[in-house]
Design a protein around this ligand. Structure first.
Ligand code: NAD
Ligand code: 3PG
Length: 411
């Protein structure tokens, strides 16, 4: 179905879930968007669909699942903002085929995750988690047994993207040796070096830290066999996604004493809000640091993310720019003073651009500027026309076969 959107800013409804930082709300308001619904929790099922029905823009974090059914319910949705790095919670194809770009904040919490992991690495190497738990129970466990400096130890990073590489630099500053495994050939930072296989990384590292996205390839990437390949008394840290590690296998490796300890920030199933109880078979281990998915939860990161993603949504809404969208053809657009701008999103099949130009020419509409970008599935054409032609051009574009969505942005 062809969708047309052309609204005053105060009628554009923005739904923000999961307590995104107030910097986002402030940015929307300063850009003239005042129709904002702000919720601190995530939503699912019918409650989510109900809220999405009227929303033009939605902002979420890692917990809200936007699947095909959610997009089907979101009839008016123009764009999604993930106020985080991960976008695995969004069905990006379902969004794309409806002409909906998805944005995220790819770097704003990188440093926060890297600092947390480094702190955990030191705490686990010194057995602080266990000693702290014991001290809380009134036990005095003063001993150097199995407590080590991290200096001179090998940190193995699985995934050498933004977080892995930032961690690499910080760890080297502490005198650690860094090796990493990645499916892409990467530029080594400092003295770090890439190894050929995951097995090689597991067998050589004193501390293994995971920094891969959730994909079919990374699902249950660390299971019984992989844990067995880790050195005796090694440490595992997972601040990536809960589906990367088989928790039962990790439980066994801890139970048997094969691992010295672990830190886990992300879980296959996580509570939807702070009011829900947290269940995990790892809760019984003193030598495991469990954190409630707080890798990116610092004031600094959240404020930056709020601003960054709100800016991307406002820019798309005001100007049509899709730069840095994770699923959509990327177009960087100049301002369009004294012109109406038409955004035409269509299924990428042959002939759509010529049909667009034909209908505009037949309607005697002069094009001031035109921009086009496509990916394999979707084409995005942006057309600036004289103000007098806005409504007429909109009507003409709606008739073009394979149109997914048309919007007009008034200047
Ligand atoms: N705990 C948290 O709060 C938190 C915060 C931010 C990010 N994260 C998670 O961390 C992940 C990594 O973040 P990033 O910013 O470093 O992402 P990134 O995209 O910059 O880096 C990911 C790296 O993993 C590599 N990779 C992908 N699949 C792989 C595989 N099968 N084997 C080996 N390497 C593989 C990629 O090539 C890339 O270099 C995010 O996708 C997100 O899920 C968690
Ligand atoms: O992908 C991310 O950036 C992290 O997992 C953080 O997610 P959050 O915003 O839900 O804390």
């Amino acid at each position: 179905m062809t969708k047309t959107t052309s609204l005053d800013k105060n009628k554009i409804r923005i739904l923000l879930l999961e307590g995104v930082h107030q910097s986002a709300v402030e940015h929307f308001k300063s850009a003239g968007y005042t129709n904002i619904e702000y919720l601190t929790t995530s939503l699912s099922g019918e409650a989510l669909h109900e809220k999405l029905r009227d929303a033009h823009f939605v902002g979420i974090r890692s917990r809200t699942q936007l699947d095909d059914a959610a997009f089907e319910a979101a009839e008016k949705l123009n764009a999604v903002g993930c106020f985080c790095i991960g976008t695995n919670q969004v069905d990006l194809t379902a969004a794309l085929k409806r002409g909906i770009p998805v944005f995220n904040a790819p770097y704003s919490n990188t440093r926060s995750v890297a600092e947390l992991v480094l702190a955990e690495a030191i705490c686990l190497a010194r057995r602080v988690a266990e000693k702290n738990a014991r001290a809380h129970r009134g036990e005095w466990d003063k001993s150097a047994a199995k407590s080590h400096e991290v200096r001179g130890k090998t940190l193995g990073l699985v995934g050498y993207g933004s977080i892995g590489s930032q961690l690499s630099v910080l760890a080297e500053a502490l005198g650690m040796n860094v090796i990493y495994y990645d499916i892409i050939t990467k530029l080594d930072l400092g003295n770090a070096h890439q190894v050929e296989s995951l097995d090689e990384l597991l067998s050589k590292s004193d501390i293994v830290s995971l920094h891969v996205p959730e994909t079919p390839q990374t699902q249950w990437m660390i299971g019984r066999d992989e844990l067995a390949k880790m050195k005796k008394d090694a440490i595992l840290i997972n601040a990536s996604r809960g589906t990367v590690v088989d928790i039962e296998a990790l439980e066994e490796a801890l139970e048997s004493g094969h691992l010295l300890g672990a830190a886990v920030d992300v879980f296959p199933v996580e509570p939807k809000s702070n009011k829900e109880a947290f269940e995990s078979p790892l809760r019984r281990f003193d030598n495991v640091i469990l954190t409630p998915h707080i890798g990116g939860s610092t004031m600094e990161a959240q404020e930056n993310i709020g601003l960054e993603v709100a800016e991307k949504l406002v820019t798309y809404s005001d100007n049509g720019t899709t730069l840095s969208s994770v699923n959509f053809p990327e177009v960087a657009l100049p301002a369009h003073p004294d012109r109406h701008r038409l955004l035409h999103i269509h299924t990428n099949v042959p002939g759509v651009l010529s049909e667009i130009n034909r209908v505009l020419s037949e309607a005697n509409i002069n094009i001031s500027a035109q921009y086009l970008q496509t990916n394999a599935d979707v084409g995005y054409v942006v057309i600036d026309v004289d103000k007098a032609y806005g409504p007429k051009a909109l009507e003409a574009l709606r008739q073009v076969p394979n149109t997914l969505r048309v919007r007009v942005l008034y200047s």
